[in-house]
Design a protein around this ligand. Structure first.
Ligand code: IMP
Ligand code: MG
Length: 182
């Protein structure tokens, strides 16, 4: 979707809140089983991952440290990625020798997650895996695979559960399609 329309609003519910809750619990179990040994760092990509990250992290049964990077590729009232990543701010030494799990709301073009992953490996992370709530079915601008995926969705712009349109609708409990308001 490439419209930069002003009349877009949350429409159809694509994934209801109870289904999201159940899936997050499953993900937390799978991730905990994978990281029984090691020095796990959760790296949340803000702002979009904030609710998913909080829900997932509180259900992990393994110890972890928490870091966040604030990265942006969508700038302003648009449903189109700017194609550039803004704002990596690093914590010196936080990742060296660690197993890092990058947590984000959605894998879209892949630019954000591929950039974060490359950066982490450059900073000396022992491993850098990826967990996303959503994965869009679309070609990626950068090759990146997610290790844990909540839901696959069609290539349309969605809001809710942390995902926004120009800063709005992050608090909606369901994942909804952004549609033309009647
Ligand atoms: P990527 O770098 O293109 O993979 O984009 C990742 C970022 O773009 C995500 O972390 C989201 O913040 C944002 N994004 C991508 N698709 C959507 C969407 O459908 N709704 C809201 N935000 C999106
Ligand atoms: Mg985001």
């Amino acid at each position: 979707m490439t419209k930069t329309d002003q009349n877009l609003a949350p429409g159809r519910v694509l994934i209801p809140a109870p289904a999201i809750r159940r899936r997050v619990s499953q993900l937390a179990r799978d991730i905990s089983a994978r990281y029984r040994r090691g020095d796990l760092v959760l790296l949340g990509i803000l702002n979009g991952s904030v609710f998913f990250l909080a829900d997932l992290a509180r259900q992990l049964s393994v110890p972890f440290r928490l870091e966040c990077w604030r990265l942006r590729s969508y700038v302003g009232k648009t449903t189109r990625s700017s194609g550039r990543i803004h704002g990596i701010a690093e914590t010196p030494g936080a990742f060296r020798g660690s197993d890092v799990l990058i947590v984000d709301d959605i894998l879209d073009t892949g630019l954000t997650l591929a950039t974060a992953r490359e950066r982490l490996l450059h900073l000396g992370a022992r491993s850098a895996r990826v967990c996303v709530l959503l994965r869009k079915r679309r070609p990626r601008a950068k090759p990146i695979r997610a290790d844990w995926i909540g839901f696959d969705i069609a290539d349309e712009f969605v809001v809710g559960c942390g995902l926004d349109f120009d800063g709005n609708y992050r608090g909606l409990p369901d994942i909804r399609a952004l549609e033309q308001a009647p």
